[in-house]
Design a protein around this ligand. Structure first.
Ligand code: P6P
Length: 335
């Protein structure tokens, strides 16, 4: 029986062997992991903890907040304020950035997060999760402002998510592949369960909200129609479809067994690039997918190359098995 490798030991040994997890970043990742443990505990209580249902408030996105959205956001802020590793934070649940209070030392990192993604699934006991992205504070800036966050996803120094499902699993990259850690509730620690996550280059499974079909652009319609034709059609093979309406759960399935996830631009709100947010949903998930050998585009360009203009800007997302993402992207570029 090989010894259990905890998250802390993994980060120390990665730093010792690869040298790209400075102590402040290691502290940041351990603090985020501890916050995810607290969020998992609150999520797992469900109605017994009085945390289900709406908070009777709306966020910057105009979405009704669930009680757990606010709890998760507060847990992440309180956990990260005092450590001296952060200069500021940004959250899907907060309109503007959150500066580390002056009473605490300032660090060199910026933390962005969707504290509880997939909120529509909370009350029906379907997997949800926390998504996080870490950037470095620009050296030249002293007073941190929103523009310091507006860095392309390729500049992330760490990214990950914690999925609260049958297991609570933390999935992490610091730019040297993707590792998965499962929460051992008896020990209270995350234990390494997969160190070299790889997304199969091909797949027979696609994920999209089919109810939006009539609003899609033609490249997406062409791709999905070919999948639905199965082995009698141009793809020569049958496809399966999944849609959990929780990006963390859909991405976790793709990291585990392959697939292609699409939340593309559609005609419902033509002035919006897409539904998902670039900075704290698409960028961290895209880096994880690429680090595991997959691909991620907005239909036309690599998501990690997109220069953000606004903190909460949205983006069209096509990510997963490399060869499928290449096909969908090709259909967009041919249009
Ligand atoms: P729809 C959850 O609200 C989310 O942001 C993603 O996690 C998920 O993939 C998507 O929206 C689901 O959207 O329109 O299918 O409910």
């Amino acid at each position: 029986m090989s010894p259990k490798i905890s998250l802390s030991r993994y980060l120390v040994e990665q730093q010792r062997s690869k040298g790209h997890i400075p102590s402040q970043l290691r502290l940041l990742l351990e603090v985020v992991a501890r916050a995810c443990k607290s969020i998992s505990h609150a999520v797992n209580k469900g109605s017994l903890g009085g945390v289900l249902g709406s908070a009777e408030s709306a966020n910057i996105q105009g979405e009704i907040q669930k009680k757990l959205d606010i709890i998760a956001n507060e847990v992440l802020i309180e956990a990260n304020e005092w450590g001296g590793h952060l200069a500021a934070m940004a959250s899907e649940e907060m309109e503007s950035i959150h500066l580390v209070p002056n009473r605490y030392p300032q660090g060199e990192y910026l933390l962005l997060f969707d504290p509880l993604d997939g909120s529509s699934n909370i009350d029906v006991n379907v997997s949800i999760g926390t998504i996080f992205s870490v950037l470095k504070k620009p050296d030249e800036s002293d007073a941190i402002s929103e523009k310091d966050f507006l860095q392309a996803g390729k500049h992330q120094v760490a990214a990950g998510y914690c999925v609260y499902g049958p297991q609570t699993t933390l999935v992490l990259t610091v730019g040297d592949g993707v590792a998965m850690f499962t929460l051992d509730r008896e020990q209270g620690s995350f234990v390494l369960t997969d160190e070299h996550v790889k997304v199969p280059e091909d797949t027979q499974e696609f994920a999209i909200n089919m109810s939006n079909m009539r609003h899609w652009d033609s490249p997406v319609k062409k791709y999905v129609d070919e999948c639905l034709q199965g082995k009698e059609g141009p793809r020569g093979k049958d496809f399966n479809m999944r849609w959990i309406a929780s990006m963390v759960a859909d991405v976790h399935r793709i990291l585990t067994r392959g697939g292609v996830f699409m939340y593309p631009w559609d005609k419902r709100e033509p002035n919006k690039a897409g539904k998902l947010r670039l900075m704290y949903e698409a960028n961290p998930m895209s880096w994880l997918i690429e680090q595991a050998g997959g691909a991620s585009t907005n239909g036309r360009e690599r998501i990690l190359d997109i220069q953000p203009q606004q903190l909460h800007e949205r983006v069209s997302v096509i990510l997963g098995s490399k060869n499928e993402v290449a096909r969908v992207t090709r259909y967009h570029l041919e249009k």
